[in-house]
Design a protein around this ligand. Structure first.
Ligand code: SAM
Length: 189
């Protein structure tokens, strides 16, 4: 299947199955970030069934990679199966474990980080991978409108520490209901 067909099938199943995916509206913002920054090494914190990872991996070339961290072995198995269906398994690595324990063990460097696991832990996630970022690395945080108060320490840090140039981007609801949500896009200075 084409990646877009797998994305469409996850989108149609997600509301019924309760999969908390970024969805098509904010997914388009992720696409924009990838087109603008052309990251070759991406870290995703919170993968669920692989929707956002497929969305990002389909833009990558051979040898480029998304490293996915997901706490649930059962959900990670669904993600792996979706990666195989979408033909992107060669561009995705899955690490199963609690991001708070996994991130400090990672090496290498990342051009992009996508934060989408436990909202109150975003700042801890960022601090534990900051040593792997470089000038120009871009960090995207999801759900900053719906979980704005839980993420206040994170948002204060990326907006006011002077270490990032940070912007808020809002999108309408994915399935025509609710208030929509937003992502924060922060570029390391
Ligand atoms: C919002 S979903 C991710 C959605 C995915 N990024 C997408 O848009 O397709 C959050 C995921 O984070 C996982 N998660 C929760 N706590 C975690 C932790 N401490 N470490 C890693 N993953 C975690 C959950 O199991 C869930 O699958």
């Amino acid at each position: 299947m084409k990646p877009e067909e797998v994305l469409a099938s996850i989108e149609s199943a997600a509301p019924g199955r309760g999969w908390p995916i970024i969805g098509p509206k904010r997914g388009m913002i992720l696409d924009d970030v990838i087109r603008e920054h052309r990251p070759a090494r991406i870290l995703e914190v919170g993968t669920n069934v692989g929707y956002s990872a497929i969305r990002m991996a389909r833009h990558l070339k051979a040898g480029e990679k998304v490293t996915c961290v997901e706490i649930s072995e059962e959900i990670a198995a669904l993600a792996r199966s979706n990666f195989a269906k979408a033909g992107v398994s060669d561009r995705v690595d899955v690490v199963v474990g609690d991001a708070l324990h996994v991130l400090p063990t990672l090496g290498g460097s990342f051009d992009m980080v996508f934060l989408d696991a436990v909202k109150v832990d975003y700042l801890a996630y960022l601090k534990s991978v900051e040593r792997l970022l470089h000038k120009g690395s871009v960090v995207v945080a999801d759900n900053v409108k719906s979980f704005g108060s839980e993420m206040k320490p994170y948002l204060d840090y990326v907006r006011r520490s002077g270490a990032y140039s940070s912007a808020y981007r809002e999108a309408p609801p994915n399935w025509g209901m609710g208030a929509g949500d937003a992502v924060e896009i922060s570029v390391r200075l």
